[in-house]
Design a protein around this ligand. Sequence first.
Ligand code: TTP
Length: 410
Amino acid sequence: MKGVILAAGKGERLQPLTDDRPKVTLKVANKPLIEYIMENLDPFVDDFVIIVRYKKEKLIEVISDEFHGKPVTYVEQLPGNGTAKAIESAEKYVTGEEFIVANGDIYLEKDGVRELVSTFRKHNADAAILVKNFDDLSHFGKVDVNGLKVEKITEKPGKIPGYANLGLYVFTPEVFSFIKSTPPSERGEYEITDTINLMINAGKNVVYAVYDGYWNDIGRPWNLLELNEYLLKTKLKHEIRGKVEEGAVVIPPVEIGEGTVVRSGSYIIGPVKIGRNSVIGPNCFIRPSTSIGDNCHIGNAVEVKNSIIMDNSNAPHLNYVGDSIIGENVNLGAGTITANLRHDRGSIKVEIKGKLEDSGRHKLGAIIGHNVKTGINVSIYPGRKIGSNSLIGPGVVVDENVPPGAMVLL
Ligand code: TTP
């Protein structure tokens, strides 16, 4: 069976982190997002087909042509947008057999995949879809069921409870003829949920499996922090492959990669994951649910909490990084501080595709793109985004989002 992974989307809601790369290449707990879903599909598939378009070279660089010894084929999405278009692009590669389709930006546990595949087989189905019960379906596709079968899927039905579509499916190749007769949706995209409704109306056997484990759909920046926290809290093993100097305190579980040095006076409270060849300290404070990538430097008098710091980035002197996401190759000047809490303790809103969205979080710091440099004493308001390749001059207070490639001076 083939595993088809949809990874062609632009990930606009995740800007600035997706300014120069597909969202599925972003590392959470120091591993590219797409690898989590590939690992979960791995026991059930013989090879992978990844549907690509936006910045595809970056994805090919990350995964290459083999994953766990299984071949990976990259297929350019056909013209047009939407999940149905993305799946149609795999038609030539899945001849004659059932296949799994996964959105490349979801995280779930293996049980979900197993349950879905066995439900599909048990009922000799034409399609199967994985669902999970939520209290609020306003951001989801609502899956109405009757007995063992799916009756209908309705996109974003409002704040009501019910089964949500989790973005994992099994199909027979018959789905392609239904995709070809799927009209574009109101937002001009070809949606696989519309295709599934067509299949149901044509009397096809569309079944579902209910999953009740952890699931996350990485659409918005704070979803990265949620997933990072979940992975560190539930999966991290205490393992020190680097060097911890005398006088440093490391409270498990902490994973420290090869070549990394934790200098004296550093105080690390797990769960914390640190990649390879990084320098930590001396005299810094790293608090739980923090991931720090490869070749990073966290220096003297720096506090980092509940954050993701991607590869090749530095917070070298007198920085506070709280509930924040720092892209690759970022340098924070001495005294650059992220604020992560409003004075009124209200939940923090973030501009997503031009509209303010409530993150639902009381603690949320900065979202900094790749190759950003900040000067000394830069202060960043909660929930503000700094576009990739920007330069923020000394003393600037970042109280508005900064576009990519900007130079902001006092
Ligand atoms: P979305 O998260 O809906 O879209 P996106 O990734 O483009 O993100 P944004 O809305 O922030 O711009 O996509 C769900 C999944 O489907 C995701 O794994 C990407 C994939 N996809 C494609 O492969 N092709 C497409 O044309 C679209 C729209 C999505």
